[in-house]
Design a protein around this ligand. Sequence first.
Ligand code: MF3
Ligand code: CO
Length: 249
Amino acid sequence: MITVKTSSQIELMRKANLIVRDTLQLLMDNTRPGISTWQLNKLAHDYIVSQNAIPSFLNYNGYPASICVSVDCEVVHGIPSKHKILEEGQIVSYDVGAIYQGWNGDAARTVGVGIISDECQKLIDVTKECFFQAIKAIEGGNTRLGDIGHAVQSYAESYGYGVVRELVGHGIGRHMHEEPDVPNFGVKGHGLRLTPGMTVAIEPMINMGTEKVDFMSDGWTVKTRDRKPSAHYENTVALTENGVEILSL
Ligand code: MF3
Ligand code: CO
């Protein structure tokens, strides 16, 4: 079932998403060689709690941390660890979720650790732009889910990148994951029509090489099959009478 949100519910989602946005900024500001992904998890956890919010990932289906930190070939759902130390030249994706007064925010960013290759920077920039191509498709009006998927897929593939199929964006609200699925691939003019009051997380996951991924035996971490780098960029957005509002920016 797709739940339509009132403007006062969207206001609470805006608050949740601003906490997520600020947590991501804190993580980016603390990204440096030598920091462990567990230290970053702790920074994020403490910040979310300090804002009277709940880290939504912690214990979600048994997930053992408050954020996901995915390095280089890890696509998503990397588990923070004391033994995982960031190194110069890596790229790192942070995925953060928070619940504020019962409403969810969810967003992700990818950044470099110190100086990174032009190739990796390009992947990060194109992945972010994939999200904004999706927004542009929504702003065109009368949007269907296939228009979003097509916008992301065609932009990423024009750079020769792989678009992950096994993981998709999602509706969001009282629950982190609601209907509908929001794939990063699709056919223009197909799929569910977007209507005011819907809130969705749009989250391109883009691989430098193959679109194929492997699911690790820790039960969470997803890696690219060719072990080339992957980037992730996500925001929660609300469809309104006036178009689209990005709640986590
Ligand atoms: N934030 C992820 C998403 O965008 C989900 C994280 S899975 C969790 O859907 F287990 F870590 F919560
Ligand atoms: Co999400």
